[in-house]
Write a protein that binds this ligand. Sequence first.
Ligand code: HH2
Length: 284
Amino acid sequence: MTALDLRGRRLSLDRPAVMGIVNVTPDSFSDGGRFATRDAALRHIEQLAREGADLIDVGGESTRPGARPVGTDEELERVLPVIEGAASVSDRPVSVDTSRPEVMRAAVAAGAVMVNDVRALRVDGAIEAVRDTGVAVCLMHMQGEPRSMQSAPDYSDVVAQVGAFLAARRQACLEAGVDPGCIVLDPGFGFGKTLAHNLALLRHLDRLTGLGAPLLVGLSRKSMLGAIVDRPVDERVTASVAAALMAVERGARIVRVHDVRPTREALDIHAAVTGGDRRADSIA
Ligand code: HH2
Protein backbone atom coordinates (compact mmCIF):
# COMPACT_ATOMS: atom_id res chain seq x y z
CA MET A 1 0.00 0.00 0.00
CA THR A 2 1.65 3.21 -1.17
CA ALA A 3 0.08 6.58 -0.49
CA LEU A 4 1.01 10.24 -0.36
CA ASP A 5 -0.11 12.49 2.48
CA LEU A 6 -1.41 15.75 0.98
CA ARG A 7 -1.97 17.87 4.08
CA GLY A 8 -4.20 15.27 5.65
CA ARG A 9 -5.78 14.19 2.36
CA ARG A 10 -4.51 10.76 1.32
CA LEU A 11 -3.71 10.06 -2.33
CA SER A 12 -3.46 6.31 -2.91
CA LEU A 13 -0.62 5.39 -5.24
CA ASP A 14 -1.62 1.73 -5.50
CA ARG A 15 -2.84 2.78 -8.92
CA PRO A 16 -0.23 5.09 -10.57
CA ALA A 17 -1.36 8.71 -10.39
CA VAL A 18 -1.43 11.22 -13.22
CA MET A 19 -0.30 14.79 -12.49
CA GLY A 20 -1.63 17.24 -15.10
CA ILE A 21 0.61 20.19 -16.01
CA VAL A 22 -0.65 23.78 -16.03
CA ASN A 23 2.07 26.23 -17.03
CA VAL A 24 0.95 29.80 -16.31
CA THR A 25 3.88 31.11 -18.35
CA PRO A 26 4.47 32.83 -21.67
CA ASP A 27 7.51 30.69 -22.51
CA SER A 28 7.22 27.05 -21.38
CA PHE A 29 8.79 24.69 -23.89
CA SER A 30 5.64 22.93 -25.00
CA ASP A 31 2.63 25.07 -24.11
CA GLY A 32 4.09 28.53 -23.40
CA GLY A 33 1.41 31.24 -23.61
CA ARG A 34 -1.60 28.90 -23.97
CA PHE A 35 -2.62 29.09 -20.30
CA ALA A 36 -1.00 32.38 -19.30
CA THR A 37 -4.25 34.04 -18.16
CA ARG A 38 -6.22 33.03 -15.08
CA ASP A 39 -9.32 32.10 -17.07
CA ALA A 40 -7.44 29.99 -19.62
CA ALA A 41 -5.54 28.21 -16.82
CA LEU A 42 -8.77 27.47 -14.90
CA ARG A 43 -10.49 26.13 -18.01
CA HIS A 44 -7.47 23.90 -18.55
CA ILE A 45 -7.56 22.63 -14.95
CA GLU A 46 -11.24 21.77 -15.39
CA GLN A 47 -10.43 19.84 -18.56
CA LEU A 48 -7.46 17.97 -17.04
CA ALA A 49 -9.63 16.93 -14.07
CA ARG A 50 -12.36 15.69 -16.44
CA GLU A 51 -9.75 13.70 -18.35
CA GLY A 52 -8.64 11.88 -15.20
CA ALA A 53 -5.85 13.89 -13.59
CA ASP A 54 -5.32 12.94 -9.94
CA LEU A 55 -3.23 16.02 -9.20
CA ILE A 56 -2.78 19.42 -10.87
CA ASP A 57 0.71 21.02 -11.01
CA VAL A 58 0.65 24.82 -11.42
CA GLY A 59 3.91 26.54 -12.41
CA GLY A 60 4.76 30.19 -13.01
CA GLU A 61 8.33 29.97 -14.25
CA SER A 62 9.66 27.99 -17.19
CA THR A 63 12.67 25.80 -16.44
CA ARG A 64 13.49 25.04 -20.06
CA PRO A 65 17.16 25.57 -20.99
CA GLY A 66 17.78 29.30 -21.47
CA ALA A 67 14.41 30.47 -20.08
CA ARG A 68 14.25 34.04 -18.76
CA PRO A 69 14.21 33.98 -14.94
CA VAL A 70 11.16 35.73 -13.43
CA GLY A 71 11.08 37.75 -10.21
CA THR A 72 9.23 36.60 -7.09
CA ASP A 73 6.41 39.14 -7.54
CA GLU A 74 5.85 38.11 -11.13
CA GLU A 75 5.80 34.43 -10.19
CA LEU A 76 3.30 35.13 -7.39
CA GLU A 77 1.08 37.18 -9.73
CA ARG A 78 1.00 34.29 -12.18
CA VAL A 79 0.29 31.36 -9.88
CA LEU A 80 -1.74 32.69 -6.93
CA PRO A 81 -4.97 33.62 -8.78
CA VAL A 82 -4.92 30.22 -10.50
CA ILE A 83 -4.31 28.26 -7.28
CA GLU A 84 -7.02 30.29 -5.51
CA GLY A 85 -9.48 29.63 -8.33
CA ALA A 86 -8.65 25.95 -8.82
CA ALA A 87 -11.08 24.75 -6.15
CA SER A 88 -13.96 26.42 -8.00
CA VAL A 89 -13.40 24.26 -11.10
CA SER A 90 -12.17 20.93 -9.72
CA ASP A 91 -11.69 19.01 -6.48
CA ARG A 92 -8.23 17.76 -7.47
CA PRO A 93 -5.32 18.52 -5.13
CA VAL A 94 -3.03 21.26 -6.43
CA SER A 95 0.75 21.32 -6.33
CA VAL A 96 2.88 24.40 -7.00
CA ASP A 97 5.98 24.08 -9.19
CA THR A 98 8.42 26.50 -7.56
CA SER A 99 11.78 26.77 -5.82
CA ARG A 100 11.04 29.96 -3.86
CA PRO A 101 10.03 29.66 -0.19
CA GLU A 102 7.91 32.85 -0.43
CA VAL A 103 5.96 31.37 -3.33
CA MET A 104 5.60 28.04 -1.49
CA ARG A 105 4.10 29.68 1.60
CA ALA A 106 1.75 31.94 -0.37
CA ALA A 107 0.65 29.07 -2.61
CA VAL A 108 -0.17 26.89 0.40
CA ALA A 109 -2.18 29.75 1.93
CA ALA A 110 -4.05 29.92 -1.41
CA GLY A 111 -4.86 26.18 -1.31
CA ALA A 112 -1.87 24.20 -2.66
CA VAL A 113 -1.18 20.94 -0.80
CA MET A 114 2.10 20.00 -2.46
CA VAL A 115 5.34 21.67 -3.53
CA ASN A 116 7.09 20.44 -6.68
CA ASP A 117 10.65 21.73 -6.61
CA VAL A 118 13.10 21.14 -9.46
CA ARG A 119 15.83 22.36 -7.03
CA ALA A 120 14.86 19.81 -4.35
CA LEU A 121 14.45 22.47 -1.61
CA ARG A 122 18.07 23.66 -1.91
CA VAL A 123 17.12 27.38 -1.84
CA ASP A 124 17.51 28.87 1.66
CA GLY A 125 14.29 28.62 3.65
CA ALA A 126 12.62 26.13 1.29
CA ILE A 127 12.85 23.07 3.55
CA GLU A 128 11.42 25.14 6.42
CA ALA A 129 8.56 26.37 4.22
CA VAL A 130 7.59 22.76 3.45
CA ARG A 131 8.04 21.59 7.04
CA ASP A 132 6.11 24.50 8.59
CA THR A 133 3.16 24.20 6.19
CA GLY A 134 3.01 20.37 6.33
CA VAL A 135 2.59 19.95 2.57
CA ALA A 136 3.81 17.09 0.40
CA VAL A 137 6.95 17.69 -1.64
CA CYS A 138 8.55 16.40 -4.81
CA LEU A 139 12.35 16.56 -4.66
CA MET A 140 13.83 16.57 -8.18
CA HIS A 141 17.40 16.01 -9.35
CA MET A 142 18.99 18.63 -11.58
CA GLN A 143 22.67 19.03 -12.49
CA GLY A 144 23.48 22.75 -12.73
CA GLU A 145 20.88 25.46 -13.34
CA PRO A 146 18.32 25.72 -16.17
CA ARG A 147 20.31 28.49 -17.91
CA SER A 148 23.34 26.28 -18.53
CA MET A 149 22.38 22.74 -17.51
CA GLN A 150 22.49 21.28 -21.03
CA SER A 151 25.92 22.67 -21.96
CA ALA A 152 28.04 19.78 -20.65
CA PRO A 153 26.19 17.30 -18.42
CA ASP A 154 28.73 14.97 -16.83
CA TYR A 155 28.36 11.80 -14.70
CA SER A 156 30.49 8.71 -14.07
CA ASP A 157 27.36 6.65 -13.22
CA VAL A 158 24.21 8.69 -13.75
CA VAL A 159 21.81 6.28 -12.01
CA ALA A 160 24.00 5.94 -8.91
CA GLN A 161 24.69 9.69 -8.71
CA VAL A 162 21.05 10.69 -9.15
CA GLY A 163 20.08 8.08 -6.54
CA ALA A 164 22.67 9.36 -4.06
CA PHE A 165 21.50 12.96 -4.55
CA LEU A 166 17.84 12.05 -4.02
CA ALA A 167 18.66 9.98 -0.93
CA ALA A 168 20.66 12.90 0.52
CA ARG A 169 17.88 15.44 -0.15
CA ARG A 170 15.29 13.12 1.41
CA GLN A 171 17.56 12.73 4.45
CA ALA A 172 17.96 16.52 4.75
CA CYS A 173 14.16 16.85 4.76
CA LEU A 174 13.76 14.17 7.42
CA GLU A 175 16.39 15.82 9.62
CA ALA A 176 14.53 19.13 9.30
CA GLY A 177 11.32 17.45 10.46
CA VAL A 178 9.46 16.81 7.20
CA ASP A 179 7.10 13.81 7.48
CA PRO A 180 8.47 10.87 5.40
CA GLY A 181 4.94 10.14 4.12
CA CYS A 182 4.94 13.54 2.38
CA ILE A 183 8.04 12.99 0.21
CA VAL A 184 8.21 12.02 -3.48
CA LEU A 185 11.46 11.72 -5.50
CA ASP A 186 12.08 12.52 -9.18
CA PRO A 187 15.22 11.79 -11.28
CA GLY A 188 14.62 14.96 -13.31
CA PHE A 189 14.55 13.81 -16.93
CA GLY A 190 16.15 16.44 -19.18
CA PHE A 191 17.59 18.51 -16.33
CA GLY A 192 21.36 18.52 -16.91
CA LYS A 193 21.34 15.21 -18.80
CA THR A 194 22.22 14.03 -22.29
CA LEU A 195 19.98 11.64 -24.23
CA ALA A 196 22.21 8.75 -23.10
CA HIS A 197 21.87 9.82 -19.44
CA ASN A 198 18.07 10.09 -19.76
CA LEU A 199 17.81 6.68 -21.40
CA ALA A 200 20.01 5.08 -18.75
CA LEU A 201 17.79 6.58 -16.03
CA LEU A 202 14.61 5.30 -17.65
CA ARG A 203 16.11 1.88 -18.38
CA HIS A 204 17.25 1.48 -14.77
CA LEU A 205 14.50 3.43 -13.00
CA ASP A 206 13.78 0.40 -10.82
CA ARG A 207 17.14 1.01 -9.11
CA LEU A 208 15.65 4.23 -7.65
CA THR A 209 12.54 2.61 -6.18
CA GLY A 210 14.28 1.59 -2.94
CA LEU A 211 15.01 5.10 -1.66
CA GLY A 212 12.07 5.19 0.75
CA ALA A 213 9.73 7.40 -1.29
CA PRO A 214 7.44 6.98 -4.31
CA LEU A 215 8.93 8.03 -7.66
CA LEU A 216 7.50 10.77 -9.87
CA VAL A 217 8.68 11.16 -13.46
CA GLY A 218 8.30 13.96 -15.99
CA LEU A 219 8.97 12.75 -19.52
CA SER A 220 6.04 14.40 -21.25
CA ARG A 221 6.88 15.93 -24.66
CA LYS A 222 10.54 16.33 -23.65
CA SER A 223 13.30 16.79 -26.21
CA MET A 224 14.80 13.39 -25.37
CA LEU A 225 11.64 11.91 -26.95
CA GLY A 226 11.76 14.37 -29.84
CA ALA A 227 15.35 13.31 -30.52
CA ILE A 228 14.20 9.71 -30.96
CA VAL A 229 10.98 10.15 -32.95
CA ASP A 230 11.98 13.37 -34.74
CA ARG A 231 8.70 15.15 -34.00
CA PRO A 232 8.02 18.74 -32.90
CA VAL A 233 6.86 19.28 -29.34
CA ASP A 234 3.11 19.15 -30.02
CA GLU A 235 3.43 15.83 -31.88
CA ARG A 236 5.04 13.84 -29.10
CA VAL A 237 1.92 12.46 -27.43
CA THR A 238 2.45 8.85 -28.52
CA ALA A 239 6.12 8.94 -27.55
CA SER A 240 5.18 10.50 -24.19
CA VAL A 241 2.56 7.87 -23.42
CA ALA A 242 5.01 5.07 -24.31
CA ALA A 243 7.65 6.60 -22.03
CA ALA A 244 5.17 7.06 -19.16
CA LEU A 245 4.12 3.43 -19.45
CA MET A 246 7.73 2.24 -19.40
CA ALA A 247 8.40 4.38 -16.33
CA VAL A 248 5.40 2.87 -14.53
CA GLU A 249 6.57 -0.63 -15.53
CA ARG A 250 9.85 0.20 -13.79
CA GLY A 251 8.24 1.50 -10.61
CA ALA A 252 7.15 5.15 -11.11
CA ARG A 253 3.98 5.92 -9.09
CA ILE A 254 3.22 9.43 -10.40
CA VAL A 255 3.61 10.64 -13.99
CA ARG A 256 3.65 14.38 -14.70
CA VAL A 257 2.09 14.94 -18.13
CA HIS A 258 0.58 17.48 -20.51
CA ASP A 259 -1.73 14.94 -22.21
CA VAL A 260 -3.81 13.47 -19.42
CA ARG A 261 -6.46 11.47 -21.27
CA PRO A 262 -4.17 9.22 -23.38
CA THR A 263 -1.84 8.71 -20.43
CA ARG A 264 -4.73 7.75 -18.12
CA GLU A 265 -6.08 5.29 -20.70
CA ALA A 266 -2.69 3.64 -21.20
CA LEU A 267 -2.19 3.32 -17.44
CA ASP A 268 -5.68 1.85 -17.02
CA ILE A 269 -4.81 -0.86 -19.55
CA HIS A 270 -1.55 -1.46 -17.70
CA ALA A 271 -3.39 -1.77 -14.38
CA ALA A 272 -5.98 -4.15 -15.83
CA VAL A 273 -3.30 -6.42 -17.28
CA THR A 274 -1.01 -6.39 -14.24
CA GLY A 275 -3.87 -6.89 -11.78
CA GLY A 276 -3.73 -3.40 -10.33
CA ASP A 277 -7.38 -2.76 -11.24
CA ARG A 278 -9.88 -5.04 -9.51
CA ARG A 279 -12.69 -3.88 -11.87
CA ALA A 280 -11.03 -5.96 -14.61
CA ASP A 281 -11.54 -9.17 -12.60
CA SER A 282 -15.29 -8.91 -13.02
CA ILE A 283 -15.06 -8.60 -16.81
CA ALA A 284 -15.67 -12.09 -18.20
N1 HH2 B 1 9.79 19.10 -15.80
C1 HH2 B 1 9.47 20.38 -16.08
C2 HH2 B 1 9.01 21.22 -15.06
N2 HH2 B 1 8.84 20.77 -13.80
N3 HH2 B 1 8.92 19.00 -12.24
C3 HH2 B 1 9.21 17.72 -11.95
N4 HH2 B 1 9.02 17.24 -10.70
N5 HH2 B 1 9.71 16.86 -12.90
C4 HH2 B 1 9.91 17.26 -14.19
O1 HH2 B 1 10.39 16.44 -15.01
C5 HH2 B 1 9.62 18.62 -14.53
C6 HH2 B 1 9.12 19.47 -13.51
C7 HH2 B 1 9.61 20.89 -17.46
O2 HH2 B 1 8.40 20.72 -18.17
P1 HH2 B 1 7.30 21.86 -18.37
O3 HH2 B 1 6.71 22.28 -17.07
O4 HH2 B 1 6.29 21.40 -19.36
O5 HH2 B 1 8.08 23.03 -19.05
P2 HH2 B 1 8.65 24.41 -18.56
O6 HH2 B 1 9.64 24.17 -17.49
O7 HH2 B 1 9.26 25.00 -19.82
O8 HH2 B 1 7.49 25.24 -18.04
